[in-house]
Design a protein around this ligand. Structure first.
Ligand SMILES: C[S@@+](CC[C@H](N)C(=O)[O-])C[C@H]1O[C@@H](n2cnc3c(N)ncnc32)[C@H](O)[C@@H]1O
Length: 192
């Protein structure tokens, strides 16, 4: 079964940090404050080399990624890592305060499974933070074309469409930031 775009990331893991800019601003960290609980335990799903985890305001984020090469890089930065699929997360129910998925959802084969898994592993009041790119913007259209040109199977969603999918997974969703790069959060209700 395909997990999504994993093999290219495994192969090019050693150069990933050289070609990727750092996160402009600290949008992911800011979005964590949407949680209705203290955020200590964070899973960085599709976290790759730990580019985002390295700057999160928590002590021990855990990077989950399907590409072994990316995790080797993340480990070299001292991060805790687990190899696994975002659609079947290797952690128990109600065990983390936040799940972040940055620049990764569009590479994953089954976005619905990712949201359902986030809902399963989050503690009540915990938050899912998704940072993605809007394919309806000019830069978004260019990004879609380039990703497909280089052979990625990427699929992109406009912010409100993604928020609706989080709601379908049982999360209270909000669009925090719009534009080419956008942020959607989904909070797990205290009682369901
Ligand atoms: C563009 S990288 C983003 C890495 C990191 N979040 C960042 O912002 O630097 C996308 C990552 O998603 C991972 N990925 C793709 N499909 C996956 C899946 N089904 N489960 C876990 N990781 C996956 C890839 O291996 C890759 O490391």
């Amino acid at each position: 079964m395909s997990l999504g775009d994993v093999t290219p990331f495994h192969r090019f893991a050693r150069v990933y940090d050289l070609v990727m800019p750092g996160e402009r601003g600290n949008q992911t960290a800011v979005a964590l404050s949407s949680a209705d609980r203290d955020v200590e335990r964070v899973l960085d799903v599709g976290g790759g080399t730990g580019r985002i985890s390295r700057n999160l305001p928590v002590d021990e984020p855990v990077v989950v990624d399907a590409a072994r090469g990316m995790l080797e890089q993340a480990r070299s930065h001292g991060l805790d890592c687990v190899q696994g699929d975002a659609g079947t997360l290797p952690v128990p129910d109600d065990s983390v305060d936040a799940v972040v998925v940055v620049d990764a959802l569009h590479h994953m084969a089954d976005a619905t499974a990712v949201f359902e898994e986030a809902h399963r592993v989050l503690r009540p009041g915990g938050v899912l933070v998704v940072r993605e790119f809007d394919p309806t913007t000019v830069r978004g259209r260019a990004l879609v074309a380039v990703e497909h040109l280089v052979g990625f199977e990427s699929r992109f969603w406009a912010p409100e469409t993604l928020a609706e999918q989080l709601r379908d997974a049982g999360l209270d969703a909000a669009v925090l930031e719009s534009g080419f790069g956008y942020t959607v959060t989904g909070t797990k209700r205290e009682r369901e």
